[in-house]
Ligand binder design. Structure first.
Ligand SMILES: *Cc1c(COP(=O)(O)O)cnc(C)c1O
Length: 339
């Protein structure tokens, strides 16, 4: 028997740059970005700053570096920062928030819903300034959509209340918006509506938007000037980066396509539920399913050529531009015929 062609639902990072994207990359106008600020990088950064409603933006190779740069600029060694439990900055960046940015992590319980802490939880954790020998809490990190909670969306009114709670208690705010595009599309709002009031925000170009490389970290012009220094310290200053930024620009033209990924995730969740799986209704492009034995299920899926991954003890399926509606139908057919 020939093996079934693989359907890759492990992540929205697995997308291949298509011909149009490769063409744009090959034709990009470039210059040494460390010395002269590459023109295509500049175009991308200006466009993202405008989309996010902030003064300035900086291209970075990865979302992890974007978050790390923001935390490094915001935190002094020993400062405590807050983030909802399961946040990427807490669990998925190998401790760099602590050992490079110098932060002391404090997870907030998600008392407002999946991946979402309440404004009261922020106030309680921030505390009030004490004498000089007290631990100092100085930063709130938000994540929209929240990856490990299954791509859950924070609404703009709830976001605003969280930002106010942070401000009242003297905290700065960083938003990990790796999938902010997905949140914006799910709500039918411009991305800027979900970044109101934050000091800094990080967005990925290499997830659902399909670029092979790249993220952007954004905020005030003052922040970006400092961020540019920290990026260089971390080895993230690149030379003719326009070839990479060009891919990001093509990705930005495709934000609306994410609606198809969301529809595909809904169809996948519905089909799995009909087959008796325990699934959460997805808000965006991530489907989490609870199973009795994670390893056995993942191996079984792999055998069917349906590739998924583990997340928070559950199976995670991510839809993206390289798995279409017909692939979802095919995945469900394979899973259904094996059960
Ligand atoms: C993917 C992701 C990142 C980091 O992106 P990389 O480019 O893989 O470093 C940060 N935050 C969240 C929520 C993510 O999903």
């Amino acid at each position: 028997m020939t093996p079934l062609p693989p359907l890759d639902f492990r992540s929205d990072t697995v997308t291949q740059p298509d011909e149009a994207m490769r063409l744009a990359m090959s034709r990009a106008e470039v210059a040494d970005d460390v010395l002269d600020h590459d023109p295509t990088m500049r175009l991308l950064e200006d466009r993202v700053a405008e989309l996010l409603g902030v003064e300035a933006a900086l291209w970075v190779p990865t979302g992890s570096m974007g978050n790390l740069i923001a935390l490094t600029v915001h935190l002094r060694p020993g400062d405590r920062f807050l983030a909802p439990r399961g946040a990427h900055v807490l669990d998925s960046e190998l401790g760099t928030a602590a050992f490079i940015a110098g932060g002391m992590p404090h997870p907030l319980e998600c008392d407002a819903g999946p991946g979402r802490a309440s404004p009261d939880a922020v106030r309680a954790a921030a505390g009030v300034p004490g004498p000089y020998y007290n631990l100092r809490t100085t930063l709130l990190c938000l994540e929209n959509t929240h990856n490990s909670a299954g791509g859950s969306v924070t609404q703009p009114d709830e976001h605003a209340l969280l930002v106010s709670a942070a401000r009242e208690t003297g905290l700065r705010v960083h938003l990990d918006g790796a999938r902010l595009w997905n949140a914006a599309v799910a709500l039918g709002l411009p991305p800027a509506a979900l970044a109101v009031g934050v000091d800094t925000v990080q967005v990925c170009l290499s997830k659902g938007l399909g670029a092979p490389v790249g993220s952007v970290v954004a905020g005030s012009a003052l922040f970006v000037a400092e961020a540019r220094r920290v990026r260089k310290m971390l080895g993230g200053g690149v030379r003719q980066g326009g070839v990479l930024a060009a891919a990001g620009l093509v990705g930005l033209d495709r934000v609306d396509d994410l609606a198809q990924d969301h529809a595909n995730a809904k169809a996948l969740a519905k089909g799995l539920a009909e087959l008796g799986w325990q699934v959460d209704e997805p808000e965006t492009n991530i489907v989490l399913a609870g199973v009795p034995d994670l390893d056995v299920t993942l191996a079984g899926l792999r055998h069917l050529g349906v590739h998924a991954g583990p997340m928070s003890g559950r199976v995670r399926f991510v839809t993206h531009r390289d798995v279409g509606a017909d692939d979802v139908v095919e995945a469900l057919r394979r899973i259904g015929s094996a059960s």
